[in-house]
Design a protein around this ligand. Structure first.
Ligand SMILES: Cc1cc2nc3c(=O)[nH]c(=O)nc-3n(C[C@H](O)[C@H](O)[C@H](O)COP(=O)(O)OP(=O)(O)OC[C@H]3O[C@@H](n4cnc5c(N)ncnc54)[C@H](O)[C@@H]3O)c2cc1C
Length: 312
């Protein structure tokens, strides 16, 4: 991810830095890139921009696919506003800085015996970015990451500070939950978490017809998803359920499967199909033979997070 190396430098502001999102589909050069080190500095910056009629966009980890972060004016990153602010052990509510990356958050929470209720399938997003776009995981009975939010602090375009929740500025809170950076900058987030849990994770190959026939049963897993390989009858099924067992680290087999099969081989097959589209069916059939069956028992934040190298 090109821009991370560029904008995580120690300078507060850089000029004429080219930014690109994860997939490379969005590239732009903001006039100024700021990474304020404190909330007070951020507020002062927003006020100064407001007085000068400057336009602001805010960036998390730049993993969104559309032109949400693009600007030719001021770009603000919360990369230096990361970490836990407060943990309430009675309610399991945790307040964090908006720029906190989900991977780091998972580790911080595990250290205090807590975990996020649900996550998407990567963990490199900022928490505010994930909330702002309605990022979701699987689980028919579970909400998106934004539904875990019980309170927010917004810095509006004029530099005003608005704290909001179900009981305080409720309309703003509901609008801010998935606001794509348009309502203000989220500097602090209070999340409803739960006691740390271990997930029993299974992945296996199953014919498409069987998956469709058993959908109602499969949906009873806490998490269920499947990937169909076009031109074949093959699917890769993934299920996850809470298990009362100590968590282990990701097994070597799972790491191999994720890195080599789901990324390297998938990338190779995709590139081949792109180059020789008339061979797509044969390539898809070859790819379906690589799907394996496996099982792992890991902490929730490690289980959800997969490696995604192939651009889509
Ligand atoms: C490989 C990959 C896998 C993915 N997997 C999933 C998945 O499983 N489920 C899913 O739902 N999505 C998934 N996504 C999408 C991803 O979760 C979202 O695009 C998410 O917004 C990325 O977070 P970010 O921190 O990179 O946000 P950015 O892309 O940097 O920003 C996204 C939006 O949030 C706004 N924003 C960022 N920070 C703030 C802030 N502090 N205050 C206010 N607004 C802010 C930005 O202005 C922008 O509008 C995936 C994306 C990729 C590239």
């Amino acid at each position: 991810m090109l821009f991370i190396g560029i904008y995580s430098s120690n300078e507060v502001s850089r000029h004429m830095t080219q930014i690109q999102n994860w997939s490379g589909s969005v590239r732009f050069t903001p006039k100024n890139l700021h990474t304020p080190e404190t909330e007070a500095a951020l507020i002062a910056l927003v006020k100064a921009c407001s007085q000068q009629n400057r336009r602001i966009r805010v960036i998390g980890s730049g993993h969104s696919f559309t032109r949400l972060i693009e600007t030719d004016d001021v770009l603000i990153s919360l990369n230096k506003l990361q970490g836990i602010i407060n943990v309430d052990h009675d309610t399991h509510q945790v307040t964090v800085w908006g720029g906190t990356k989900i991977k780091a958050l998972g580790k911080h929470l595990a250290a205090v015996d807590l975990a996020q209720i649900n996550l998407g399938d990567i963990d490199v997003q900022s928490i505010a970015g994930a909330i702002s776009t309605g990022t979701h995981g699987s689980g028919a009975a579970l909400g998106s990451v934004a539904t875990q939010v019980v309170g927010l602090r917004l810095i509006t375009a004029s530099g005003a500070v608005i704290d909001c929740s179900e009981t305080e500025n409720r309309d703003i809170f509901k609008a801010a939950q998935v606001s794509m950076g348009t309502l203000g900058i989220i500097t602090q987030v209070t999340l409803q978490c739960m006691p740390a849990y271990t997930l029993d994770y299974h992945w296996y190959k199953q014919p498409l017809q069987d998956v469709l026939h058993n959908l109602d049963k499969l949906k009873q897993h806490r998490h269920f998803e499947f990937y169909w390989i076009p031109h074949t009858e093959t699917t890769l099924v993934k299920t996850m359920n809470i298990i009362d067992q100590p968590a282990q680290h990701k097994s070597l087999f799972r790491r191999f499967n994720e890195n080599v099969i789901e990324n390297l081989a998938f990338w190779g097959f995709s590139a081949a199909a792109w180059q020789f589209p008339w061979q797509s069916k044969r390539i898809a059939r070859m790819m379906s033979t690589l799907i394996s069956n496996g099982h792992d028992v890991t902490a929730s934040h490690e289980t959800f997070a997969t490696v995604r190298v192939v651009k889509f």
